[in-house]
Design a protein around this ligand. Structure first.
Ligand code: AMP
Ligand code: ZN
Length: 115
């Protein structure tokens, strides 16, 4: 837990969020500024700053984030219409919270490539 990390604080329950899923390793909550009808963030409970900080022992955890995304896509009704999973890393990608998070976006056609 990093005291100054927004998503660590959401994981700890000290900042409220609208939860979509939780298990022993992950938490998912609705984005506060949704860019699509479905916009959920899936995070590991453990603080990892960015994709660039991942190591070999994190492989299963990152796989789990994707399986949670798959489960939520079905639950939130976008599995058949389609959805996008995004992880921004670093400044050029626009990463604004330094706790790894996977965006699940869906519910409308999404342009490609992203901006
Ligand atoms: P990124 O730009 O990839 O780092 O994504 C950070 C995301 O976190 C943005 O989509 C924000 O809207 C979202 N966000 C920031 N603060 C909160 C919060 N308190 N609760 C939920 N989502 C948040
Ligand atoms: Zn954190």
């Amino acid at each position: 837990m990093e005291e100054t990390c927004l998503f660590c604080r959401i994981v700890a329950g000290s900042i409220p969020a609208r939860l979509a899923h939780e298990d022993d390793e992950t938490l998912a909550f609705h984005d506060i500024d949704p860019r699509a009808p479905v916009h959920v963030l899936i995070v590991p409970r453990r603080h990892i700053a960015a994709v660039d900080r991942l190591g070999e022992p994190d492989a299963a955890l990152m796989g789990k984030l994707m399986l949670v995304a798959r489960h939520l896509a079905r639950e939130l009704g976008v599995a058949d219409s389609g959805y996008r999973l995004v992880i921004n890393n670093g400044a050029d990608a626009g990463q604004s919270v330094d706790h790894i998070h996977m965006h699940l976006l869906g519910g409308r056609p999404l342009k490609w490539p992203p901006g």
